[in-house]
Design a binder for this molecule. Sequence first.
Ligand code: SF4
Length: 68
Amino acid sequence: MIVRVLREKCQGHARCWAQAPDVFVLDDEGYITPGDIAVPEDQERAAWRGAKSCPERALVIDDGATAA
Ligand code: SF4
Protein backbone atom coordinates (compact mmCIF):
# COMPACT_ATOMS: atom_id res chain seq x y z
CA MET A 1 0.00 0.00 0.00
CA ILE A 2 1.18 3.47 -0.91
CA VAL A 3 0.08 6.73 0.66
CA ARG A 4 0.35 9.61 -1.75
CA VAL A 5 1.19 12.83 0.06
CA LEU A 6 -0.41 16.00 -1.30
CA ARG A 7 1.97 18.23 0.59
CA GLU A 8 0.42 21.49 -0.58
CA LYS A 9 -2.83 20.57 1.21
CA CYS A 10 -1.21 19.82 4.55
CA GLN A 11 -2.07 22.32 7.28
CA GLY A 12 0.02 20.73 10.00
CA HIS A 13 -2.70 19.26 12.20
CA ALA A 14 -0.52 16.20 12.96
CA ARG A 15 -3.56 13.94 13.15
CA CYS A 16 -1.95 11.48 10.76
CA TRP A 17 1.09 11.26 12.99
CA ALA A 18 -1.08 10.76 16.07
CA GLN A 19 -2.57 7.65 14.44
CA ALA A 20 0.59 6.25 12.90
CA PRO A 21 3.82 7.85 14.13
CA ASP A 22 5.89 5.15 12.45
CA VAL A 23 4.40 5.91 9.05
CA PHE A 24 3.91 9.65 8.86
CA VAL A 25 6.95 11.86 9.37
CA LEU A 26 6.43 15.53 10.15
CA ASP A 27 8.93 18.34 9.77
CA ASP A 28 9.92 20.74 12.57
CA GLU A 29 6.81 22.82 11.98
CA GLY A 30 4.45 19.87 12.04
CA TYR A 31 3.89 19.55 8.31
CA ILE A 32 4.07 16.21 6.59
CA THR A 33 7.31 15.36 4.82
CA PRO A 34 6.78 15.39 1.03
CA GLY A 35 6.95 12.21 -1.01
CA ASP A 36 4.91 9.05 -1.39
CA ILE A 37 5.05 6.60 1.51
CA ALA A 38 5.44 2.86 0.98
CA VAL A 39 3.64 1.41 3.99
CA PRO A 40 4.83 -1.90 5.46
CA GLU A 41 2.09 -4.51 5.72
CA ASP A 42 1.99 -4.45 9.49
CA GLN A 43 1.44 -0.68 9.47
CA GLU A 44 -1.36 -0.60 6.90
CA ARG A 45 -4.21 -0.41 9.38
CA ALA A 46 -2.62 2.48 11.29
CA ALA A 47 -1.70 4.24 8.04
CA TRP A 48 -5.25 3.91 6.79
CA ARG A 49 -6.61 5.42 10.00
CA GLY A 50 -4.09 8.23 9.78
CA ALA A 51 -4.91 9.02 6.18
CA LYS A 52 -8.63 9.05 6.92
CA SER A 53 -8.11 11.33 9.91
CA CYS A 54 -6.52 14.06 7.82
CA PRO A 55 -9.06 16.89 7.65
CA GLU A 56 -7.35 18.38 4.59
CA ARG A 57 -7.46 15.15 2.56
CA ALA A 58 -3.76 15.49 2.00
CA LEU A 59 -3.15 11.74 2.26
CA VAL A 60 -4.47 9.55 -0.53
CA ILE A 61 -4.39 5.78 -0.21
CA ASP A 62 -3.23 3.92 -3.28
CA ASP A 63 -3.77 0.22 -2.86
CA GLY A 64 -2.67 -1.13 -6.17
CA ALA A 65 0.48 0.73 -7.13
CA THR A 66 4.16 0.82 -6.42
CA ALA A 67 6.06 3.74 -4.97
CA ALA A 68 7.07 6.44 -7.43
S1 SF4 B 1 -3.26 15.17 9.30
FE1 SF4 B 1 -3.16 15.98 7.21
S2 SF4 B 1 -2.96 18.17 7.49
FE2 SF4 B 1 -2.39 17.19 9.40
S3 SF4 B 1 -0.17 16.88 9.35
FE3 SF4 B 1 -1.13 15.04 8.60
S4 SF4 B 1 -1.20 15.36 6.37
FE4 SF4 B 1 -0.89 17.33 7.28
